[in-house]
Design a protein around this ligand. Sequence first.
Ligand code: UTP
Length: 289
Amino acid sequence: MIKKAVIPAAGLGTRFLPATKAQPKEMLPIIDTPTIQYVVQEAVDSGIEDILIITGKGKRSIEDHFDRNYELETRLEEKEDEALLHEMRRLSDMADIHFVRQRELNGLGDAIYYARHHVGSEPFAVLLGDTIMDSVIPVTQQLIDTYEQYRGTVIAVEEVPADKVNRYGIVGGSSLSDSIMELNTLVEKPAVESAPSNLAIAGRYILTADIFSAIEQTPKGKNNEIQLTDAMRLLLKRECVYSHRIEGRRHDIGNKMDFLKTTVEFALKRKEFAGPFLKFLKEIVAQHS
Ligand code: UTP
């Protein structure tokens, strides 16, 4: 049973400056909900009870977001806004949420290494704090199901257009089913001609505790950081690693274009906005065509 999750959220978010100069990119809202709240919700919906968020300098608002705010609650009580009051209280009750600070920004592999004492020897889920998944079955739940079947590291992947494989970490291996592969290679940003597939690593993982010794043995790589992909490549030499092609769509909120698209898509799914917002979009499109 996988009951613990780690959410790395310490990164600088340089692709989203200046918005991320003084606020975490994981707190950028899609409509009215911070990105990291969607991520925590996915973990909770997948049966996770204990969450460790990796934070760092300038990330206090993430801790405040999942804490009680008595002043706000009193004000909502006075206004008799039961729905909002309930929602605010639910936030601090979603799961058992812990925080640890990554002292230096040494990359995603290094961020995960900070979780070693918290997770101990159990397998655990990893959900990138800047990536929202839109799916019917929560993506982390999909990965947990695959873990239960194969009992090894599982990496979420999604298909990307062939001409974009050079932007992603790409997996290769032999198919075990429609959506699952046993991996024999992991390549960071391969040239289109040499890419082992068009399946890109998608920001969700089930990792075993063996990842920690692999991270210890991983030298600094791209950007002089300890890359999780490099550590997983080491792991691949020692044990079976699987990929799971997700049913759902990934939204990388750290990328401005994805952020805009996600805002529009999610607004169109919300009852209170769908009609008027679609009308507005049609008018805008008409003006620009
Ligand atoms: P990214 O590589 O997208 O984050 O990491 P970044 O470095 O903040 O992004 P840019 O390129 O500068 O815009 C994916 C996730 O891993 C976390 C980030 O906070 C993000 O949620 N991360 C990354 C860490 O926790 N620590 C790190 O050292 C790097």
